[in-house]
Design a protein. Structure first.
Length: 69
């Protein structure tokens, strides 16, 4: 079995600060910042990782997900 460790440095639980444009698809350059808790886990024997992000910025039930392969 091949195990790849390319994303090991991201694995763990993190408190993160996010930024996003206040208005998209316009000439806006104003950013909104919000905090979140993120947990990163390896998937596919280390070939990729999965992030689960929880933030109260968009409501109590907001959960974001990203996958890196």
């Amino acid at each position: 079995m091949i195990v790849i460790h390319n994303f090991d440095f991201l694995v763990g639980k993190w408190n993160v600060l996010n930024r996003r444009l206040k208005d998209r698809m316009t000439d806006c350059d104003e950013w909104t910042e919000f905090t979140a808790e993120m947990e990163t886990k390896p998937i596919l024997n280390g070939l990729g990782i999965m992030d689960e992000m929880k933030s109260a910025h968009f409501g109590d039930d907001f959960i974001g997900l990203s996958i890196r392969i």
